[in-house]
Design a protein around this ligand. Sequence first.
Ligand SMILES: [Zn+2]
Length: 219
Amino acid sequence: MNSFIEKHRYNYIKKCLQNLNSAFRTSVDENIINVTKAHLNEKILSAFENLTEDEKEIIDITKISDPLHIDTYLSRLDKYTFGMKSVTKSQLLKVFKKEKKLHIPDLETLEAKKVYLGWTDNSTRKMFIAYDIDGVLLGMTCRIISQKNTNSYVCALCNYVGRDGEVISVSPVCKTRESGRDTYKSIGISICKNSDECNSRISSIERLEDILKTVNGIE
Ligand SMILES: [Zn+2]
């Protein structure tokens, strides 16, 4: 069977299973556990469209009867999960053509399933994000803004609350069209510094796509 689970949906299922895990650990009443399980299974299925019966069977969490089965379930699910399409160095150079010295990360790391490709360049204090929307690779260059590491910030992409510089403030430059000509303005957002960790948490692509569209002046 082909991969049919996008990485962010896999992350969503993982999140639901954390709730199931807490139900197992905190409740002794089997009925409560079964109700929680059925509810979470519904939530998971409604995150998908047009699943076949076989696919529903693979995703089905209702047969998990012990918290120890969760990891086995997830590693099986991972086989049906796919991430962002692989990108080449020349594609990235084109997307970030305004950058004079673009430092491109090791693209082999993309073999790990990712929702988006993100990296920071400490020498220029910039964060780069590349993401595929309907076959079009979009990029976003952000300046990293100094911040107090003692404050906690919420990642705009995965909602993680990070402390001690785990989530950093960045400012992408947005392209907008006003009275028929391109104008540029900066916005401020916070994003996880460690893109691998962000990629293992992000369970919805709505915000990521909204930000990338705004930045690239796409309606
Ligand atoms: Zn994040």
